[in-house]
Design a protein around this ligand. Structure first.
Ligand SMILES: *[C@@H]1O[C@H](CO)[C@@H](O)[C@H](O)[C@H]1NC(C)=O
Ligand SMILES: *[C@@H]1O[C@H](CO)[C@@H](O)[C@H](O)[C@H]1NC(C)=O
Ligand SMILES: *[C@@H]1O[C@H](CO)[C@@H](O)[C@H](O)[C@H]1NC(C)=O
Ligand SMILES: *[C@@H]1O[C@H](CO)[C@@H](O)[C@H](O)[C@H]1NC(C)=O
Ligand SMILES: *[C@@H]1O[C@H](CO)[C@@H](O)[C@H](O)[C@H]1NC(C)=O
Ligand SMILES: *[C@@H]1O[C@H](CO)[C@@H](O)[C@H](O)[C@H]1NC(C)=O
Ligand SMILES: *[C@@H]1O[C@H](CO)[C@@H](O)[C@H](O)[C@H]1NC(C)=O
Length: 499
């Protein structure tokens, strides 16, 4: 062996040794880090503790969720923004990543580098949002002051509340910039749209549909239609919209009839919906859109007052309107099959006013609550059942469920195909066949997940608002992948042309 080759092989040996050492060091570092930060706070914490729980193990890691995203169509990557990858997160103290438990107070500020989702919100005039609640600010004031939770504008009650998701999300964004409001740091409003992961459109579309669809006097278009037209004009004119053709915009259209005129024009955006029942698949689909829970009408019962198996005399509970069209014929079929059973409560009529509290009592005294497809695949009833810790029986083949990528509904709901449910005796045999221990397991799971379906102001860790932001954050990672893939050759070519 020549001296030269000996020297180079020795050099090679050192190199290998050093790199192996570095490799081991970095994996140790990563492992330590993962204890506190790779799987972020929120629901995923539980997975590590108990793999038999109702939560799915997510198949992604937080780097993917939180890596920076430049919505601008140009090829500039914003390098100044902190990368919230494992490495950086590990430098953040455990205390600052930790979520306050509900009711507990948090002292630190929520800053954009810690939030999972940076949201730019258009300053639409109040007629699109709080103006619809009758709120009037000072001249040129766009948003109400939300620093005092007891003085925020209130959303109309009754059935309107079911679709009030627009209100809770907008309030939450406003409060993310308000000092002294204690909330989880999942989403934060940023004032510069090129620093945002998603562009939020603060239009109260469900309220606009519910309250302003009627024509008054000589009007040719309703306020609801007028607002939708204005919104389309506005959005199409924005630089933010033009960058990606609206793909990074988030529009809330929870009432199945909201945004009826504008939905196809704005169909490239992401929608927050109750279900896909009234949408063609190219406008709304699970690939881009988010299913949000209804805001339930009955009050959430506490775990302490939740009646166990033998304190719930009613086997199955259903109260709802009767429908003859679409999937709803099944309600009638089931009514004839079940109406003579003593331990079954099955009545028609929508719940309103006093009916709501009696429905709440009924559900809280029932082992199972039937959730039967009506004129839309989803309904508020499922979330009323969950709030009452009454095991939902879902008879709705087309239903879409909120947060199903992290929640395994089969752990706390029964699913029955419509074609089976209408067979004589099928449903009764099924429900009577579920004995106390199996029912109790589902009930325990219900108690554990019920808070994911509660809307609060200020929002609370893992409540519905927090869960929706997390769901948005998971969804946009696929947008980033397609954006970055699209840049592959485009970017390389543009470099050549510039030289
Ligand atoms: C995991 O969950 C199961 C069922 O929910 C429960 O019986 C068990 O005690 C839990 N284990 C831990 C470590 O929490
Ligand atoms: C981390 O926490 C320690 C105490 O536990 C504190 O002294 C230190 O300043 C914290 N570091 C940061 C970056 O907050
Ligand atoms: C992490 O948190 C625990 C308590 O939750 C605390 O005792 C410990 O000092 C913290 N460690 C650091 C590095 O801040
Ligand atoms: C309201 O805004 C308009 C246009 O930006 C401006 O001319 C006017 O001075 C503002 N009024 C007040 C009271 O700030
Ligand atoms: C909002 O109201 C609080 C008092 O409730 C006040 O301290 C604060 O300055 C107000 N903020 C704005 C922007 O007016
Ligand atoms: C917004 O952010 C971009 C990229 O970080 C920056 O170039 C631009 O100057 C910012 N605009 C404003 C108004 O701060
Ligand atoms: C019901 O419980 C029994 C024992 O407790 C168990 O063997 C069985 O698998 C359970 N059935 C279902 C459908 O969970």
């Amino acid at each position: 062996m020549s001296e030269k080759s000996m020297l180079s092989s020795r050099l090679f040996f050192y190199l290998v040794t050093i790199s192996m050492f570095l490799l081991i060091l970095s994996s140790v570092f990563l492992l330590e880090c993962s204890n506190t930060s790779i799987i972020p706070r929120s629901v995923f914490e539980r997975i590590l503790v108990n793999s038999t729980s109702v939560y799915f193990k997510p198949s992604f890691r937080s780097e993917q969720i939180t890596s920076p995203f430049t919505p601008s169509g140009d090829t500039q990557i914003n390098v100044e923004r902190p990368v919230r990858s494992g490495k950086l997160a590990c430098q953040v103290n455990n205390s600052s990543r930790k979520m306050p438990s509900p009711g507990k107070h948090r002292n630190m500020e929520c800053v954009p580098s810690q939030a999972h989702l940076r949201v730019f919100m258009y300053d639409l005039p109040p007629e699109f949002h709080f103006g619809l609640l009758g709120w009037k600010g000072r001249v040129n004031q766009t948003w109400p002051n939300v620093s005092n939770p007891s003085r925020i504008p209130t959303y109309p009650g009754g059935l309107n509340l079911q679709h009030s998701i627009e209100y809770w999300l907008t309030l939450d964004l406003l409060s993310s910039n308000t000092p002294n409001v204690l909330r989880p740091c999942s989403a934060i409003r940023v004032k510069n749209s090129s620093q945002a992961d998603i562009i939020f459109v603060p239009f109260f579309s469900s309220l606009s549909y519910n309250k302003h669809s009627k024509l008054h006097g000589k009007e040719k278009v309703s306020v609801n239609q007028m607002l939708q037209r204005k919104l389309v004009q506005f959005l199409w004119g924005q630089e933010e919209w033009k960058r990606l053709g609206g793909k990074d915009h988030l529009i809330i259209a929870h009432h199945p009839n909201s945004m009826l005129d504008a939905r196809s024009k704005l169909g490239s955006a992401r929608f927050v919906l109750a279900d896909f029942g009234r949408y063609p698949v190219e406008i709304a689909n699970l690939g881009k859109d988010i299913i949000a829970p209804y805001r339930h009408l009955v009050r959430t019962i506490s775990n302490g007052e939740s009646a166990p198996f033998d304190k719930r005399p009613i086997l199955a509970y259903f109260q709802g309107a009767i429908y003859r069209k679409d999937g709803g014929f099944i309600r009638q079929e089931l009514y004839y099959l079940l109406k003579n059973e003593k331990d079954i409560h099955f009545t028609f009529g929508s719940i309103q006013g006093k009916g709501i509290s009696s429905a709440g009592q009924g559900m809280a005294s029932s082992k199972f609550c039937l959730n039967i497809a009506g004129d839309t695949p989803s309904s508020n009833r499922l979330f009323d059942a969950i709030a009452s810790h009454c095991v939902p029986v879902i008879i709705s083949d087309q239903i879409e469920l909120p947060f199903e990528d992290v929640l395994d509904y089969s752990q706390f709901c029964l699913f029955v195909r419509a074609s089976d449910a209408v067979k004589k005796g099928y449903l009764l045999d099924l429900l009577r066949g579920i004995k106390q221990d199996n029912w109790t397991r589902m009930w325990e799971n219900l108690k554990e997940i019920a808070h994911h379906f509660d809307y609060h102001y200020p929002s609370q860790p893992n409540d519905a608002v927090d869960m929706i932001w997390e769901a948005v954050s998971r969804k946009i990672s696929s947008l980033r992948i397609s954006l970055h893939r699209g840049n592959r050759y485009k970017r390389s070519l543009s470099l050549v042309q510039n030289n």
